[in-house]
Design a protein around this ligand. Structure first.
Ligand code: ADP
Ligand code: MG
Length: 400
């Protein structure tokens, strides 16, 4: 596929370049709580602007479900992007309507405009190819070239990720390229032992990646809410912990196939409910009292996981070990993150909440080899699936 460096070499002065970025940041009461994705998007936008392109940035925020909902406006993002870029970024009042057209027309060389949340248009995520196509046509009218730098969205067959690249000459952004080269290091021949740590909310989200990784990894360490479905599959009592009943049989099968390579917690921190003021205590993972809910892995588990991790040469981590958003249940995630950070070798963190946890818990980001901006995209890549947003850039380069 062609890259943004190819585009810069071709020359962009005066050209309108549509950049699809991943600016999907957590926002609490209008305040951005983690600007990692905005910072990761600045290099490509900045390089194009410096080279004299008229940059039209397109991104989504949350799930506004196809309507212009002010709660999902990119306004706070435009403000933060302006600060980080060191130049004013105007926010268009719509995605590809009259307001966007006007803002794009008003751009001068080096100027940057951010289109409003692309998911305000229901066609963006439509399953109807024609509907998506018509919307992509309107987006394509705004620019001469297309750069995909939204790694977090390349696994989506959405108009601003997929269809647009069939309408404008497409290039991969540096963030996408960096993500790819790191993830290829994991799917190729990783230095062994290769350990994967999985946590987070649901087994069902991560089942495909567990299936794909089991035969490739030396150890799979499981924490987070998903460990309770595995513990239930072992016949343990898990109290009122989050369990996915329809996944229990699948977990029985996975446990049988994984044998010793799958490690589960030996102790857990429980509370009465998912809240900050619930009374917490550490119990054996095999004996969670009735009515109590597992909200973090316990200290003995952290120590055991850390010992295993200390021998690793390659680590991929996705999913927090507990409800890290609440300080009483953050120790497991902090401990495992610290253990991964001290591994010498390639360490990769994937997943929006995992990356947010690293920053929120004050762990030095530079201690990790790579913190992926794309959760679902990195998991699908590791599963070996074709990512539509990348495949379309390959096809486009093939045609040119
Ligand atoms: P990522 O975005 O890194 O892929 P997920 O979205 O799968 O991670 O999961 C993150 C969420 O999982 C966090 O909000 C965290 O609070 C939650 N979580 C982790 N452990 C538990 C648990 N034991 N019970 C309930 N929720 C949990
Ligand atoms: Mg998540």
């Amino acid at each position: 596929m062609k890259t943004v460096d190819d585009l810069l070499t071709e020359g962009v002065r005066g050209l309108h370049v549509l950049v699809r970025s991943d600016l999907n940041v957590p926002i609490d009461n209008g305040r951005i709580t983690d600007d990692g994705r905005i910072r990761a998007s600045v290099p490509v936008i900045g390089a194009l602007s410096k080279a004299g392109a008229r940059v039209v940035v397109c991104a989504h925020l949350g799930r506004p479900r196809g309507v212009a909902d002010p709660r999902f406006s990119l306004a706070p993002v435009a403000a933060r992007l302006s600060e980080l870029l060191g130049r004013h970024v105007a926010l268009a009042g719509d995605v590809a309507g009259p307001n966007a057209l006007e803002a794009v027309d008003a751009l001068t060389d080096g100027g940057v405009v951010l289109l409003e949340n692309v998911r305000f248009e229901s066609a963006e995520t439509s399953r109807d190819d024609a509907e998506r196509g018509r919307f992509a046509d309107r987006l394509a009218e705004l620019a001469d070239r297309y750069v995909d730098d939204a790694f977090g969205a390349v696994h989506r067959r959405h108009a601003s990720v997929y269809d647009i690249a069939q309408r404008l000459p497409g290039y991969a952004g540096t963030l996408v390229l960096r993500e790819l080269s790191v993830l290829r290091g994991l799917t190729g021949s990783p230095d062994r032992p290769y350990l994967v740590v999985l946590g987070g909310a649901k087994v069902s989200d991560k089942l495909a990646v567990i299936e794909a990784l089991l035969p490739r990894v030396d150890r799979l360490l499981v924490g987070g809410a998903m460990c309770f479905t595995f513990l239930a599959a072992q016949g343990r009592s898990v109290g009122s912990s989050r369990v996915e009943p329809d996944m229990v049989d699948t977990c029985v099968d996975l446990l049988r196939r994984a044998g010793d390579s799958l490690l589960l917690p030996v102790d857990v921190v429980v509370g009465d409910e998912l809240s900050a003021d619930t009374e917490s205590e550490v119990v054996e993972a095999a004996a969670i009292p009735d009515g109590r809910m597992g909200l973090d892995i316990g200290p003995r588990t952290v120590a055991e996981f850390a010992t295993v991790l200390s021998g690793a040469h390659t680590v991929f981590w996705n999913g927090p070990m507990g409800v890290f958003e609440i300080p009483a249940f953050a120790s497991g995630t902090r401990g495992v993150a610290a253990a991964i950070a001290s591994v010498r070798g390639l360490t990769v963190v994937g997943g929006g909440d995992s990356a947010a946890a690293v920053r929120q818990l004050g762990i030095d980001e530079s201690a990790f080899g790579h913190i992926s901006t794309g959760g679902g995209a990195s998991l699908e890549f590791l599963e070996g699936r074709t990512l539509p947003g990348l495949a379309v850039l390959d096809e486009d380069a093939g045609r040119r």
